[in-house]
Each structure stands twice: as C-alpha cells, then as structure tokens.
Design a protein around this ligand. Structure first.
Ligand code: GLN
Length: 476
C-alpha cells in the first residue's frame, strides 16, 4: 500500500492510477479486522467497497468531489441512513437510522467513503470511552489505557490508521481530549458552524461536530465541507464559510498568543507543562508575541458545565420512552412500569447519574439555585473570553491535565473523571472553537496534546497556527 502524507497526496495517487481506491478501502477493512482488540468500531460498512468502485469511476471521469476517496469513520451518535445508530447504548441497540446527518451527507456528497461507525461513551457522556454498551476502547499507544472520551473510537481509529479521518462530537471536550490521548489532531468548531441535524442530542446548546485527522490540511478540508447553514438546524450559522484550505498557506501568521495562568497551575502534569512551554518558547523565538492572560472564571468551569449539560441531557433523553422505537422491557405492568423498566434496564450507570442530576437541578425547588445560577455563570465565561480576545488572537493551553490513564483507574470516582475536562469545557460554555494538536510524548511514550482556542468563527487562525507548527517544529 502506497503511503501518503495527507489527502492531497492521496488524491494525486488515485488520479494517476498508482493507488487503487478499492485496494485502499480493502486495506482499511483488513486493518480494522486485525485491530479488532482496540474495539474502535461498533459497525463496519462492508458496502464501502461498492462506494469505492463508484468513486473510482468518478475520479477517472473527472467528476469527483472535494473529498473523493477519503475514507472516513463516523462516531455512532451520527445518523447514517439505513445503518445502525446506537449511541453505544442498549436503549438503541437495534435502531436503524431513517435519514443521514447533514455533516455526514456533506461528506458523502463530496465523494468521501464512510467506512463505519465508531465506538464512544454512551450518548457521548464520558471522558474515557468506558461507558459504552460495546465495551471500552483501548488506547493504541498502550492497550492498558483509555483512548479518552467520548469520541474514543474515532481517535483510536485515526491514530492507528484504520481510516484517513473521522468525525466526532464535542460537548465538553469529547473531540479534543481523545485527540490528545491518542496523539492526533481534533477540532471542535464554533457552536453553530456545523449543522447538528442528525446528531443525537446530549446537551443541545453545547454539542458540536468536528473532524479528527493525522494532519492539519485534512482537518481544514473536512471542516470546509461540513460547515455552513442548514435549514434543518435553526442554531446553525448563516455566516459564510471561509476557504480554510487556501488560507492555511498564509504564512507566517502574525498572531498574538495568550497563556492563561489558570491553566498552568496545580494539577497539571509536569511533563505536559514542560512540553507546552517548550513549544511556546519556540514560537516566541520565531517572533510571535506571547503574553500571560487571565481567565478568572476557569475554576467554575466543571461545576457550571455539569449543571447545564445534565439539565439538557435529562430533557433530551426523555424521548427514550420505549413507545415508538428503541429497547422495551419484557416485564409486565402498566404504562408507567413500561417506561421505568425499559429505562432502568437499558441505560448505563453514567447516563442514569446524569439524568438524575439534571432532573434535580431543574426541579422547582432548586432551579434558581443551580440551573438559573449556572446560566448566569455561563455568560461570564463568554465575557472572560471576549475580554481576552481583545488583546490576543489565540489562547494556548494544555488539552488535558494528564496523559492517558489506565482503564478502570477512575471509574469509581465520577468527580475525578469529570476533572479530566477542566481545560476543555470552557470553550463549550462560551461556544468558541478549540483544536488539539499533538506536540510530543511523555516518558511513558504517551501522547501530549496542546489546545489552541480562538474567538467565535475564527477557525482560520487556529488552523494557520497549527499548520505553521506542523511545518516548522514537527516536520510533518
Ligand atoms: N467528558 C465530558 C462529559 O462527560 C465531555 C463529553 C463530550 O464532550 N461529549 O460530559
């Protein structure tokens, strides 16, 4: 199999005939089978070979789309018509989707090949991919460790070369954190940049769909394809989509960088801190202006995030009532028993915990004290970032406080697990874009991720800086 650095190179090989798309897809299918122990896929689409044949013809005839032959896996919370959509939950075990998510449809329309659905935490709730009805995903860099979550399958698949790229979703870090743990690029776009139509809702005012890839060029290209207004999602933005790929080359980006002091304090792994400092010093050496900034709300991120998202989740997950679709308990009883038994039997522990938390914070007696208060706090996060982005273009932080932890290590302590999201949730509270870029490995050989944040709809700046880093420092 010919190796290629990014999609542009792959396309040249396909176009010249020195790479056969059918062989390429077959290679991925074989590799997925060989790496079954990773448990990265919930479903593999054998009909991707037929797709490959069709796209190959289009490439020959010169009528192929922007992503012709790019092989992409999608997280199993995204709808693909006539394919299973389980959200890694027993409650949707036998559910087959009747339509395709807009983001996935846009990939298909540009002749990408969808190779399967990736494993994830149940309904995207988790930071380790251990909350899946399909079992945990293993981190390809160390099989004893988690790949991160909730889009753990997508990150594991991309880092081990089971596909060219993948889609994930990010409500509080679920693209960036697994990208960091697996050593790949992962972008959470601005809220509203990508249509959520066909994404199974977890916390609707936080959820974003974004790409994983091994290089920044492919991230830019996929973002360009999946972005844009969609009349089926009223929260999608009408703002014009930039030509991210063309803008990458604008070099060197004259960007001002801010380092928030709250992100480099207690709790941050020393090796991660040193690695990121090293990159920042390099940037300074290349003439970038770097200054310390403050995001004082940071310490409230986890509390605000888990109040608001559980509230939204408890409401969104009320639809799984066993009436029209999904799992239904076999126990006898009245209508109310049917609801209770079905939901009790089919939802996993973490999902139940969040439904209960969410119901509590929304209950009449506590609404003002928790939900109402957290909504106000959310606004303050936006204010924090607005202020910071008056003086800097990009904020650099660690993506995670530690590198990948061991499977089972944090499952008994939910609060400890939630603290993994300490650096990622603020971006979702404020609706801004965030990108994980792989910047090195620790002594154990585990990937270290660095997070770039920009103001709303400033994805171009993130991509430009990441491209610059990729070329100048990491020789990729
Ligand atoms: N780990 C976070 C949570 O459990 C983020 C999940 C996500 O972004 N989907 O909610």
């Amino acid at each position: 199999m010919k190796v290629y650095k990014n999609y542009e190179e792959k396309y040249k090989l396909l176009k010249s005939g020195s790479l056969s798309l059918k062989e390429n897809v077959q290679h991925f299918l074989n590799k997925i089978d060989k790496q079954k122990h990773l448990n990265a896929f919930n479903f593999v689409f054998e009909d991707s070979l037929e797709q490959a044949a069709k796209v190959e013809k289009k490439i020959k005839s010169g009528s192929a789309g922007k992503l012709a032959g790019m092989v992409i896996a999608v997280k199993d919370v995204l709808a693909v018509k006539d394919k299973p959509l389980t959200c890694s939950s027993n409650i949707l075990k036998n559910f087959i989707s009747i339509y395709t998510a807009t983001a996935v449809q846009k990939l298909i329309d540009e002749d990408a090949i969808i190779i399967g659905k990736t494993n994830c935490d149940e309904f995207a709730m988790g930071s380790s991919n251990e909350n899946s009805a399909f079992g945990p995903v293993k981190n390809p860099h160390d099989l004893q460790r988690v790949p991160g979550g909730s889009s753990g399958g997508s990150a594991a698949a991309v880092t081990s070369g089971l596909c060219d790229a993948a889609l994930g979703t990010d409500t509080g870090g679920s693209i960036r954190q697994p990208a960091a743990f697996c050593g790949v690029y992962g972008l959470k776009p601005t809220y509203g940049r990508v249509s959520r139509y066909g994404l199974t809702a977890y916390a609707s005012s936080f959820d974003s769909i974004g790409p994983f890839a091994n290089n920044i060029e492919d991230i830019a290209l996929i973002l360009q394809v999946i972005s844009g207004y969609d009349k089926k999602d009223s929260t999608s933005s009408t703002l014009a989509v930039e030509n991210y790929s063309n803008l990458l080359e604008e070099n060197p980006p004259n960007l001002k960088i801010g380092l928030p002091k709250e992100y480099f304090g207690k709790g941050l792994d020393l090796e991660i801190n040193l690695t990121i400092n090293n990159v920042v010093e390099n940037l300074r050496g290349h003439g970038f202006s770097v200054s310390e900034i403050s995001l004082p709300m940071t310490e409230y991120a986890i509390a605000a995030y888990y109040i608001l998202t559980t509230a939204e989740a408890s409401s969104n997950l009320a639809r799984y009532d066993a009436v029209k679709y999904g799992y239904r308990s076999k126990q006898k009883g009245d209508l109310s028993d049917m609801y209770i038994n079905s939901r009790s039997e089919a939802f996993g522990h973490e999902v139940k915990r969040r439904i209960m938390l969410g119901t509590y914070v929304l209950s009449a007696g506590y609404y003002d004290a928790y939900y109402g208060k957290a909504q106000k706090v959310r606004r303050l996060f936006k204010n924090d970032f607005d202020k910071a982005f008056q003086s800097v273009d990009i904020i650099i932080t660690p993506t995670t406080p530690t590198t990948a932890f061991k499977i089972g290590e944090q499952t008994s302590d939910p609060l400890q697990m939630y603290l993994n999201d300490i650096y990622t949730t603020s971006a979702n509270l404020a609706g801004i874009p965030g990108l994980n870029i792989p910047v090195g490995k620790d002594k154990k050989g585990l990937p270290i991720g660095m997070q770039l944040l920009a103001n709303q709809f400033q994805e171009t700046k993130l991509l430009q800086l990441a491209y610059y880093l990729q070329k100048s420092f990491f020789n990729r």
